[in-house]
Design a protein around this ligand. Structure first.
Ligand SMILES: N[C@@H](Cc1ccc(O)cc1)C(=O)O
Length: 518
């Protein structure tokens, strides 16, 4: 369903000074919620006070950074009064040098929502009209085409956000129903008058962390689901390998108090048949990719609450410069456009997520190898009799998984350590948070591909194990998951092209199709 079709039923996220959550931004991104600006008169008056104070200051003092001066290192250049009105338009114009792929519509909606969140805090000296204009774009489904490359993530996401500023003013291009249209034409057709920016409004739109923060919200949402799905896959891999379910014992895990990791172990316990306790069972110690799975998945599970607080604090911050204190009537010069917290969260998240890909890649290596899979066919081939000779089962799928895993791991190099001095040494330390966030999304995409392949593998593996050892106790969660996967993916009996199965499973992963551990 397209977002526009959902208009009548979907909820609205209200923008005011209240704290917003990652889920609010994700809902707007996916078109499940709209964005409305609070019409509370006190809120609107507070916003207007900032803009009025700036107007007064301009009249009385005549000298404000970024209003009557050049930007950044050019702050020593004074702008004559008759050119002040043109200055914000120059800001977005000369920043129109982004390149690379355009952000997709969901990412773009998240970016608009994140910028609206920051400006709604009331410290940016912008007009209510500007905030409303952002909601109008979201409402009408007119999404700026924003190139994804060209931000150092410390003077804010200046260059990508210049594309939002330009579109608000009826310039550059938007997506409309999936097509690229000139913004001027799209705004006219939607009955939206282009803005003429007030003196500080160009800076307020562009000088902030909205792009990286929006991407971080989307990344968080995907990473959280993967902790659950990788746990379920681990349970099915353990079952496939006829492994030792007691590796996830409650007393064992109580001895190591990482709460997220303990949770993963508890999920595994709930998935696996652990009724019978054997002192020296048949499989004393499984390999690490099974035995230590809670310790690998748990790193991400334990980091998520920290990532959430960093991302939501950034989302709920006034992150431009200078800030305008409407009540104290002061102009506060600082560096809140510096995205170090998001950079760290994204660099950390991509590392922890790539480790999931690596974990699953190792689990697959055990399952397809008849030297390690405890009695199942090589490559988990489902063919029998003379035809077994020409069937290669999941052989190529494993090779693809190795490639996707390698590519994910390759992208884990932290972006934040590549800070470099730029803009005539005014921006001499920068966060690279937007690059970190883009890396993280790519690592998530590659890891989801690995997850899709592992879903095929465990679906095949559990099915073969049930045939090989019919006496094994079936377990509710695994049986249910096998049935759900079975509805999408047939067992591989004769070799077939698995790409369609993979693509379908990736869709299911992105839609969080399976209810896991609720
Ligand atoms: N981020 C800078 C402002 C800036 C804006 C545009 C630039 O091109 C450069 C710098 C500051 O607030 O100090």
């Amino acid at each position: 369903m397209r977002p526009a079709d959902l208009k009548t039923t979907r909820r609205a996220v209200r923008f005011d000074r209240e704290r917003l959550s990652i889920e609010d931004i994700v809902a707007i991104a996916h078109g499940e919620a709209g964005a409305t600006l609070s019409d509370d008169p006190a809120f609107r008056a507070m916003i207007a006070r900032g803009a009025d104070f700036l107007d007064r200051l301009l009249r009385e003092d005549g000298n404000i950074y970024g209003v009557t001066t050049g930007y950044g290192d050019s702050c020593t250049v004074n702008v004559p009064a008759e050119l002040v009105a043109e200055l914000p338009h120059h800001l977005y114009t000369y920043h129109g040098c982004g390149l690379g792929e355009y952000f997709d519509p969901a990412q773009t909606r998240a970016i608009l929502a994140a910028r609206l969140a920051s400006l709604s805090k009331g410290y940016s000296g912008v007009s209510v009209e500007l905030l409303l204009q952002i909601t109008r774009l979201l409402d009408a489904g007119l999404l700026p085409l924003i190139p994804s490359e060209g931000s150092v993530g410390a003077s804010g996401d200046l260059t990508p956000l210049s594309y939002l500023a330009a579109v608000l003013c009826g310039e550059r291009e938007v997506w409309r129903d999936g097509a690229q249209v000139p913004a001027a034409e799209a705004l006219r057709a939607a009955g939206i008058a282009p803005l003429r920016l007030r003196p500080k409004e160009g800076l307020a739109i562009m000088n902030g962390t909205a792009v990286m923060t929006a991407l971080a919200c989307l990344a968080f949402d995907r990473a959280e689901y993967l902790t659950r799905l990788c746990t379920r896959i681990t349970a099915m891999a353990s079952y496939t390998l006829d492994g030792n379910a007691h590796h996830f014992d409650e007393v064992l895990f109580a001895a190591k108090p990482h709460a997220g990791m303990q949770n993963v172990a508890a999920w595994l316990r709930s998935d696996l048949p652990t009724e019978q306790w054997e002192r020296n069972g048949k499989r004393l110690q499984d390999r690490y990719s099974i035995r230590c799975a809670p310790h690998v998945i748990g790193v991400l599970a334990d980091a998520l609450p920290f990532f959430r607080s960093s991302i939501e604090n950034e989302l709920n911050s006034a992150n431009d410069n200078p800030l305008i204190d409407p009540d104290g009537e002061r102009v506060l010069h600082g560096g809140h456009f510096y995205g170090g917290h998001i950079a760290f969260a994204m660099d950390g998240m991509k590392n922890a997520v790539a480790n999931l890909a690596d974990l699953l890649d190792r689990q697959m290596a055990l399952m397809v190898d008849s030297r390690y899979n405890h009695g199942l066919p090589a490559n988990l081939s489902g063919a029998s009799g003379p035809r077994a000779a020409i069937n290669h089962g999941l052989k190529a799928l494993q090779i693809s998984v190795s490639a996707w895993t390698a590519e994910a791991l390759k992208l884990t190099m932290p972006a934040s350590v590549f800070s470099r001095s730029t803009e005539c040494h005014n921006q001499d330390k920068v966060s690279m948070g937007t690059i970190a966030a883009r890396d993280c999304l790519r690592v998530l995409q590659l890891t989801e591909q690995v997850v899709a392949a592992l879903l095929i593998t465990v679906r095949q593996g559990v099915w073969l194990r049930q045939q090989a050892n019919p006496e094994l106790p079936p377990h509710a969660a695994i049986t249910r998951m096998l049935a759900e996967l079975g509805a999408d993916v047939a067992p591989v009996q004769e070799d077939r092209r698995l790409e369609p199965d993979l693509r379908l499973l990736i869709e299911r992963i992105r839609a969080k199709a399976w209810e896991l551990y609720v």
